[in-house]
Design a protein around this ligand. Structure first.
Ligand SMILES: [Zn+2]
Length: 453
């Protein structure tokens, strides 16, 4: 066990020669032990592979997500975590069904597509219409008079996720305003190997709901080239997509109860639901496992911190965010006792550090803790901390939010695709992600003075 730390005063900000606050010295040895334990084997990767190989992808409302929830409960109990339980959440149940898109004129070309999450379907025989290609919303507006009865293809090159995903989210309703009958969007991701990327859309109220699907970048360019030759290009889109009544799901919770102030809580988290393609390994099975590792590793080493560390595996991040909202509502009375919440939902590639949102004082402390992650290259503290699931609670509880930040260069190649499988993840990099989560959670839960908001 770690000896109790005695500090002269809360304001002690005496710095070592390397600039780190002196209070950190007490955590150098435990941090080294935690890093060593996290990185000595491939436990995290193996646990993720078990989830994705034996259960597979986990869309909200699917039997696979139910199985994953039951599996996580069993495994958390096996790890010896405290207070393992589920918390009921009603989630939307969207079902893809079978789907296809093909160019039917001037020649037949089957297209690599994925319907967008929450899209409505087409009539049984599909929708066949002439395609109008545009490269952004300005161009869409400029062509407004010519969109009635057409399929709009938004062929916008990927820049970054925040910017380009707007076309996936809003494209259907923007085009429907002018009478378009369906929308195709170029996949949100860098060009890969003819992979379509799914993801949720948002229908605006007061506008007809039209079916929408993503095409691979290559197929979007194929359709565009055909139209550039001056021919009328007709595409037939068939989608059985539909939404059924809300289904019962759950957030999964496990704890390492604090040895002195168990009512004060540090949350580590990832989302257990995924899209219904690929295996949901990177998004976000990996984030779930590296969060959970924080508790397993502390428990294994007998490092039970002063405060409680709670792992939350969220349900329904991808198409509703109901898990994060339910936690905020179910734990409202307890939010003032939350010290910080961390979400890992950027992949489990080479860790760089943490995104942070909160006060300058808290940021300084977190930056100090992050210096303990120098041995694994994860010391950076950058703007961020805005995980989709933690944000409702972070906002309402006025507490610091953190996000695990990793080398993102490969993330969007496979994001929301059939290629999101465990083989894309390097076990050693994933182990370092687990180490970063473990050390950050441990020190936040152990430091003598509670982190300020
Ligand atoms: Zn995610």
């Amino acid at each position: 066990m770690v000896a109790l730390v005695l500090l002269a005063s809360p304001g002690t900000m005496r710095a070592d020669s390397d600039g780190a606050p002196a209070w950190l010295d007490n955590y150098r040895a435990p941090a080294a032990r935690l890093i060593s334990e996290a990185t000595r084997d491939h436990f995290a990767w193996n646990r993720l592979a078990e989830l994705t190989d034996t259960i597979g992808n986990r869309l909200s409302g699917s039997p696979q997500l139910d199985r994953a929830i039951a599996w996580a409960v069993t495994e958390m109990k096996r790890d010896g975590l405290d207070n393992v339980h589920t918390e009921k959440v009603m989630v939307p149940k969207w079902i893809r069904g079978s789907e296809s898109a093909e160019v039917v004129s001037p020649s037949r070309q089957p297209l690599a597509m994925l319907g967008l999450g929450d899209s409505v379907g087409t009539p049984r025989d599909g929708i066949a219409a002439v395609v109008v290609v545009v490269h952004g919303f300005d161009e869409l507006e400029a062509h407004a008079a010519g969109l009635r009865g057409r399929i709009v293809l938004l062929n916008v090159a990927f820049t970054n996720y925040a910017e380009t995903s707007a076309y996936r989210r809003a494209g259907a309703s923007r085009a429907a305003r002018y009478g378009a009958v369906a929308v195709l969007v170029r996949s949100i991701g860098p060009d890969g190997l003819r992979l379509p990327h799914t993801g949720a859309l948002d229908y605006a109220s007061g506008v007809p709901r039209i079916p929408a699907a993503a095409l691979s970048g290559e197929d979007a360019d194929l359709v565009e080239r055909m139209t550039m030759r001056g021919e009328k290009v007709v595409v037939r889109l068939k989608m059985e997509a539909h939404t059924e009544p809300d289904a019962e799901s759950a957030n999964v919770i496990g704890e390492l109860r604090g040895r002195e102030q168990p009512d004060e809580i540090v949350v580590v988290s990832g989302h257990l639901d995924s899209w219904d393609v690929g295996a949901g390994a990177t998004d976000d099975g990996g984030g779930c496992v590296v969060s959970w590792e924080a508790l397993r590793i502390m428990k294994k080493l007998g490092l039970r911190p002063r405060r409680t560390v709670r792992v939350v595996l969220w349900t329904n991040e991808e198409n509703g965010g109901r898990g994060g909202l339910a936690y905020r509502d179910q734990h409202r009375a307890e939010l003032p006792k939350h010290v910080a919440m961390i979400e890992a939902d950027n992949g489990v590639f080479r860790p760089l550090g943490f995104g942070f949102a909160g006060s300058d004082t808290a940021r300084q402390a977190v930056a100090g803790i992050a210096t303990l992650l120098a041995p694994i290259g994860a010391s950076a503290i950058v703007a961020g901390g805005d995980g989709a699931d933690i944000t409702p609670s972070v906002r309402e509880g006025h507490m610091p939010g953190l996000s695990l930040e990793v080398d993102g260069s490969r993330y969007f190649l496979i994001h929301h695709t059939q290629a999101d499988t465990v083989d894309k993840i390097d076990p050693a990099e994933m182990a370092r992600c687990a180490a970063a989560m473990t050390v950050m959670a441990y020190v936040l839960a152990e430091m003598p003075l509670r982190l300020g908001s």
